[in-house]
Write a protein that binds this ligand. Structure first.
Ligand code: SF4
Length: 426
């Protein structure tokens, strides 16, 4: 979402005459788009700001602004703690960036952190960084209140881009040569058009029909909002990728309740069963948190057993770090010792690696459809692409180029990549 927001910010500034530079040393304005979702990301922004402090001392005319979730979450105290920052801007205020910069150049320090529950930035043509695939935000914000999460505070209430506008955008992307689009939202499957209530299943169906030559992906979905109707649309439309990212966070119903996730282990598993019965061969990925407040060894083992049962293709795995101001911070004790959290996380990672390797190796000997995305990092004679199930594939390029859809015969696999040889155009 931050990458998509940065593309919007770039567009807003370019239309006012600002020019991006690839050379940080020559920049007159430096904007950091920050993420508050994990402690690690916040620390990285802090480290980067320390580097900028010296530069600002040497060049008083340099304008430094911090955008996004960190100032939105930490409010004025973030601004006060970094006196060399010229302005901070929350995620709903980007349309005002040119005027904020003008105010700074007149000597002011500016704080803009108000929410705008209607802002979706629809109508702005982002300066897209990708050429083969791109992101398209279709909704912003989140109405859930997961105990560990800062998003409801940083991004505010849910709002959706009008249905017709999303479909038109996808049509434009197809006409400009994009081969893949990922529909984005913090809770994308709770999308609904404010005018007529059409939901995410209807949107996905319409988008896939509008651009039948494009691959359609979406992220991130909430388990409680995965409807049978939505899964049937995915199964029925050939250009919607058979991959669902469905965060579970824990395999213990007690911990899920403490996390305020709105579903139990059993309900999650029933959703998985429903999805697999409608889309055989679907790839499922997830997010997992080790060592949430009061998690016991037995509850940790329930997470491992859920992983064994579902057999996710891959997972984003973290150990719990309390985010100040969240419900968990205010109401629960972060009482699992850090060494225990780390040991549990390692067990989760080790198990996921075993499962991923096993699942990826199942593709050896098969032909898979791949959208070539770029040259491989290892050799220019090779390309890297992805299957519809979102598996990375590396193969000798032959006569193919990024943007081509082709068949690759898989000859080998690691737990993160398939290796193969081209078997012709798809
Ligand atoms: S659904 Fe996702 S974004 Fe919303 S509060 Fe829960 S974890 Fe955060």
């Amino acid at each position: 979402m931050n990458q998509a927001d940065t593309e919007i910010v770039t567009s807003l500034l370019q239309s006012e005459g600002f020019v991006p530079t690839g050379d940080e040393a020559s920049a007159g304005i430096i904007l950091l788009n920050s993420c508050a979702v994990r402690e690690n990301a916040v620390d990285r922004i802090g480290n980067f700001l320390q580097q900028l402090k010296g530069r600002k001392r040497r060049n008083r005319a340099l304008v430094i602004g911090v955008l996004g979730c960190v100032p939105q979450f930490e409010k004025e105290r973030f601004f006060d703690a970094h006196p060399f920052i010229d302005f901070v801007a929350g995620p709903d205020t980007y349309r005002s960036l040119p005027s904020m910069i003008a105010q700074v150049r007149e000597g002011a320090r500016v704080v803009r952190l108000e929410y705008d529950h209607r802002e979706t930035y629809s109508g702005i043509d982002p300066v897209r960084s990708g050429r083969i695939g791109t992101f398209l935000p279709v909704m912003r914000g989140c109405n859930n209140s997961c105990a560990f999460c800062v998003v409801p505070v940083t991004r505010g209430r849910e709002r959706s881009v009008p249905f017709r506008r999303v479909v038109d955008e996808v049509s434009k992307l197809a006409a400009s040569g994009y081969r893949e689009v990922t529909l984005l939202g913090q809770n994308v499957n709770s999308y609904h058009d404010a005018e007529d209530g059409r939901d995410f299943a209807a949107l996905l169906d319409a988008v896939s029909r509008e651009a039948p030559g494009m691959r359609i992906r979406f992220t991130t979905s909430h388990p409680k909002d995965i409807s049978r109707e939505l899964v049937e649309v995915i199964a029925g439309r050939p250009n919607i990728c058979n991959h669902i990212h469905l965060p579970v966070q824990s395999g213990s119903s007690r911990i899920l309740e403490l996390m305020r996730r709105g579903h139990t282990r059993e309900e999650y598993l029933r959703r998985i069963e429903m999805i697999r019965s409608i889309i055989p061969g679907v790839a499922l990925t997830t997010d997992l948190i080790a060592g949430f407040c009061s998690e016991t060894d037995e509850e940790h083992r329930q997470t491992l057993s859920l992983m064994e049962e579902v057999r996710f293709d891959s997972s984003f795995m973290f150990y719990y770090s309390v985010r100040p101001g969240t419900w968990a911070d205010r109401n629960l004790q972060d009482d699992v010792p850090e060494p225990v959290k780390k040991a549990r996380l390692q067990e989760i990672i080790d198990l996921q690696n075993v499962i991923s390797l096993e699942r990826y190796r199942q593709d050896i000997g098969r032909s898979v459809e791949v959208l070539a995305e770029s040259e491989s990092r290892r050799a220019v004679s090779q390309l890297m692409g992805r299957t519809g199930t979102n598996r990375a594939v590396v193969f000798d390029r032959g006569e193919f180029a990024p943007g081509d859809l082709l068949q690759v015969h898989v000859t080998d696999a690691t737990s993160a990549t398939l290796v193969g040889v081209t078997a012709g155009a798809a």
